[in-house]
Design a protein. Structure first.
Length: 68
């Protein structure tokens, strides 16, 4: 349910907004990996969640580019 709403929200955005969100997600993933390497990360499952969100964003971008 939660992911369906996330994907629906992505589909409503433009490609420019999606690219901005992709950059933000990649920065977050970098920070999470850095925290994990220095043993400061409590919730390690967040890394997996962010990776999947990045894949979802890239999928929507690809779908929009194929339609255009």
């Amino acid at each position: 349910m939660k992911t369906n709403k996330f994907v629906e929200g992505l589909k409503a955005k433009s490609v420019i907004e999606l690219n901005e969100e992709l950059v933000a997600a990649k920065k977050e993933l970098f920070n999470l990996r850095f925290q994990n390497a220095t043993n400061q990360l409590d919730n390690t499952s967040r890394i997996k969640e962010v990776r999947k969100n990045i894949a979802r964003i890239q999928t929507v971008i690809t779908e929009k580019s194929k339609l255009a």
